[in-house]
Design a protein around this ligand. Structure first.
Ligand code: FES
Length: 128
């Protein structure tokens, strides 16, 4: 499988319906990923979004190993097969659908999940 083209965005998000709109589902390649920085009051939340077919998952962009951003010196979050989330710092792999580490230093630890909703083709933050 060809590695997906990754896109990094620094969107603040806009209010739409019940959640903050991060992007359109069609903006993400399949499989694919993107980074977002969302303003939350005075804080800035760095998150990653990954897509597999019609499923989209969101996690904090912070590796449970040492707290580094997973896309350290890279432009994406997926391994070359597009199956798992890759931490570029030390090469840990995390399952896309639950964020559990399956290989690498943070063994059995998980990425921090954040809720998402897809509504009318928009990917919306849910509850954050
Ligand atoms: S910082 Fe992610 S594996 Fe070490």
């Amino acid at each position: 499988m060809i590695a997906s083209v990754e896109r990094t965005s620094k969107l603040r998000g806009t209010r739409r319906g019940a959640g903050r709109a991060l992007c359109q589902l069609d903006d993400l390649t399949n499989p694919g990923s993107a980074a977002f920085v969302v303003k939350r009051g005075a804080a800035r939340l760095s998150v990653l979004v990954v897509r597999r077919d019609d499923e989209v998952f969101c996690y904090l962009n912070s590796c449970p190993h040492i707290g580094a951003p997973l896309d350290y010196q890279t432009t994406g979050f997926l391994d070359v097969e597009g199956l798992n989330i890759l931490c570029a710092y030390h090469g840990a792999l995390f399952r896309m659908d639950d964020g559990v580490c399956i290989s690498g230093p943070p063994e059995r630890q998980c990425l921090t999940p954040l809720g998402l909703e897809i509504k009318d083709g928009a990917v919306l933050a849910l509850g954050w």
